[in-house]
Design a protein. Sequence first.
Length: 107
Amino acid sequence: MNDKNSSSPNSKQLDEETLFVVSQTFKALADPTRIRILHVLSTEECSVSELVERLHLLQSTISHQLRFLKNLRLVKSRREGKMMYYTASDEHVTNVLKQMIQHALHE
C-alpha cells in the first residue's frame, strides 16, 4: 500500500534543492574528464600536478574541473605546505561511478 504520508524518501515529492543537487551530480558524471578525475581520486589522493601527469591533461583543465567538483562537494582538498591534495569526498557518488564503470565493462 502506498501511503502519501509515509516518511519513505521514495514516497515524497522531490523539492527543488534536491532536484538541483541530483541533476548537478549527474552533470558532473556526464563529463569524461570529470569521470577520469573522480575515478583516480576515488582510489588515491593526488595533487593537481600528479593529475596532470597521470591524465595527460592541461593544468588549467584539471584545475577548472576540480573547482566544479569541489563546488558540488564531490572532492575535498587539503593543503600541505604550498601543495593542495585532492581526494573524492562523496562515497555515494564514487559507488555510483564504480557501478557504472562495472556496467560498461560487461558486454
